[in-house]
Design a binder for this molecule. Structure first.
Ligand SMILES: [Zn+2]
Length: 162
């Protein structure tokens, strides 16, 4: 049987600290493309195509989720109501992203923000604004549904009111 050293010298093999078992540690980065079942969230996507934003509200504890969650992230209940999210709201926070993750390299710098809708849902989304200096915490915003040009898919954006 080959010793640890002879394998580690010749291959990207490391040894698990707890078990001592050899692990292949790939040198290349993997890109994953995954598929997620969305049958429990179909109403959300149908809503977007009709210009309506839907979130969920837990019947047990009242937690509001956007994007919607078929299972409450707080109490675990699957007893949730679909609620139309108010598209008028307030900007709570924002940041300009100029160090982008690998999959967003093709975008110019962008702004991500959190808005609170009039009926209490919190929405994390890109902010459509050409100049971050125009943004202020607490300013009125609308949530707009629009097409992401690069991916040609529908999404939602925070848009400052002028
Ligand atoms: Zn709950």
């Amino acid at each position: 049987m080959a010793s640890r050293e002879s394998l580690s010298d010749k291959f990207p093999i490391v040894y698990d600290e707890k078990s001592g078992l050899p692990l292949w540690k790939d040198l290349r980065e993997l890109k994953l493309r995954y598929s997620l079942p969305i049958s429990t969230l179909k109403k959300f996507f149908d809503g977007l195509t009709k210009g309506t934003l839907y979130g969920t509200r837990c019947r047990k504890c009242g937690e509001k989720s956007f994007p919607p969650k078929p299972r409450c992230p707080i109490c675990g209940s699957q007893d949730v109501d679909w609620v139309e999210v108010d598209k008028e709201g307030t900007l709570l926070s924002y940041t300009v992203v100029n160090v982008k993750p690998e999959s967003y390299q093709h975008y110019p710098d962008y702004i991500v923000g959190i808005a609170e809708a009039g009926n209490g849902f919190r929405i994390l989304a890109w902010v459509k604004c050409d100049d971050p200096a125009k943004l202020k915490r607490g300013m009125r915003v609308t949530i707009e549904i629009g097409r992401r040009e690069e991916e040609n898919t529908l999404s939602y954006y925070i848009v400052p009111k002028t």
